[in-house]
Design a protein around this ligand. Structure first.
Ligand SMILES: Cc1cc2nc3c(=O)[nH]c(=O)nc-3n(C[C@H](O)[C@H](O)[C@H](O)COP(=O)(O)OP(=O)(O)OC[C@H]3O[C@@H](n4cnc5c(N)ncnc54)[C@H](O)[C@@H]3O)c2cc1C
Length: 443
């Protein structure tokens, strides 16, 4: 019997499984689809995600697939420079989500079980029972990372309040049979206009369209080449010709978040816990950060040394971060609507974001670098994660009784760093108290 089941082999579920395995747990990932999707919703990694993947030695596997290092993020299409951010990686990596997922999956000890859609969940005092692909699985805990339409969320009847979708958009990857002159041929920040075209590898183009026709058609209407052709002609003129449509999907701007990320022995992560308009490149990154915040806490719980409240601190720390992203993406959605008043607000916001302090504050938010948690003093930028998921104590002797949970390293600046990279002690008196508070009492 595994220690933990994970529902969903998207980026959030895979990284959660990786973190749990790193900490020595047995994990089984249950995935609905028969094979990994070659299609990518997200096309970018924010700096904090790049740091996290680098610290876990996962960045090298991504390198061959990196198509751009963009020195900026954007707020509803307004470029937000990243070059002065306090990080080794002051850029967004242009990379397709499928490569990120594949790189993490390749590092799992236990292969993902595919064709295993979760259809039932029950829990008792000792564990959870999950039906997936017609079979029953039992474990102590379930991480629900089964995406924005989460079945686990529905099965548990978990409250998912927020605002409904008001606008409908289509994302599609296409090949073009005809191209207008002057079409960009390198990766760039997406514009917010309907019909922008971003060149991907292999002659593919990513487009997002959201004109009057998309608002009229229902969310379940199939996306046709003719619909895309009309939208792209409107945006680029008569020379553009849609060839093959490789993948297309409709999505909206609903913004919702679970009231509670923990339901007994079930913990939600990624899009299963929060959905919003994918503007500003936030969703995948939020899910990756959920996974690294949850992984070490759940591992400590399973191994029996989690201090009281540690597992619940997953909700306490991560819920406000996603709540803020929902505010940010809802504001960005308003700036993007075709309305003269929205254009006026955009002009003012653009001017405000030219003020260095304002730009820096928004850059820290979009990049994920500005995230801090109560009782921590920011992230350590130069302390790679311990390969076995332990915390790291730099530049100070470790008191007896914590060596199973804390690795020691030499270094000039004393720090105690959680397995997810956040600093919880910086050399003042009280190291033993900090160790107990975060990692449990000495053995
Ligand atoms: C058009 C578009 C563009 C985007 N661009 C960006 C971007 O640039 N940057 C960014 O950060 N984010 C972006 N996002 C958001 C990002 O793609 C998501 O936030 C991200 O995929 C969430 O990862 P996840 O692992 O939580 O969920 P998912 O990637 O949705 O993975 C969930 C997994 O669960 C599986 N599953 C579903 N139901 C079950 C079940 N019952 N049992 C078992 N398995 C199940 C699914 O098959 C899937 O593999 C974009 C989204 C869209 C739609």
């Amino acid at each position: 019997m595994p220690d933990v089941l994970v529902a969903g082999a998207g980026p959030a579920g895979l990284l959660a499984a990786f973190e749990l395995e790193r900490a020595g747990l047995d994990v089984l990932v249950l995935e609905r689809d028969a094979r990994p999707s070659p299609q990518s919703k997200a096309l970018g990694l924010q700096p904090r995600s790049v740091e996290v993947l680098a610290d876990r030695d996962l960045l090298g596997a991504l390198e061959p697939h990196v198509q751009a290092r963009l020195p900026a993020g954007h707020f509803s299409g307004v470029p937000i420079g990243y070059t002065d951010l306090p990080t080794r990686f002051p850029h967004q990596l242009g990379i397709e989500q499928a490569h990120v997922a594949a790189a993490i999956e390749a590092r799992l000890r236990t292969p993902v079980l595919r064709d295993a859609a979760v259809t039932a969940v029950s829990q008792d005092d000792e564990g959870v029972t999950v039906t997936a692909g017609g079979r029953e699985y039992r474990a102590g805990w379930l991480v629900a990372a089964d995406g924005g339409h989460s079945t686990v969320r529905a099965l548990l009847g978990a409250a998912f309040p927020g605002t409904p979708a008001r606008t409908s958009l289509v994302v599609a990857d296409v090949r073009l049979a005809g191209k207008p002159d002057g079409l960009a041929d390198g990766w760039q920040l997406p514009s917010t206009g309907s019909g922008y075209l971003l060149p991907l590898s292999g002659g593919r183009f990513r487009t997002v369209v959201f004109g009057e026709e998309q608002q009229r058609l229902g969310r379940d209407a199939p996306v046709t080449a003719a619909e895309l052709q009309r939208a792209l002609t409107a945006a680029h003129g008569p020379d553009i010709e849609v060839g093959e449509v490789l993948w297309a999907s409709r999505f909206g701007d609903a913004a919702r978040q679970l009231e509670r990320y923990r339901h007994g022995r079930v913990l939600f992560a990624g899009d299963a816990a929060h959905i919003h308009l994918p503007v500003g490149g936030q969703g995948l990154n939020l899910g990756l950060q959920d996974a690294v915040n949850l992984g070490w806490k759940l591992a400590a719980q399973v191994r029996g040394h989690a201090p009281a409240g540690l597992l619940d601190s997953y909700h306490d720390e991560r819920h406000p971060v996603a709540a803020r992203v929902l505010v940010s993406t809802r504001a960005q959605a308003v700036l993007g609507i075709p309305d003269p008043d929205a254009a006026a607000v955009r002009e003012i916001v653009t001017d405000l974001l030219a003020v260095p302090e304002a730009r820096h504050a928004v850059a820290m938010e979009l990049s994920g670098l500005g995230v801090t948690y109560p009782g921590t003093s920011g992230r350590a930028t130069d302390v790679p994660a311990a390969p076995d998921g332990r915390a790291v104590l730099v530049g100070a002797p470790l008191p007896d009784g914590w060596a199973d949970r804390v690795e020691t390293r030499d270094g000039p600046a004393p720090r105690l760093v959680r397995p997810d990279g956040y600093v919880v002690w910086t050399g003042e008196p009280g190291l033993a108290e900090a160790l107990s508070r975060w990692f449990g009492p000495p053995r």
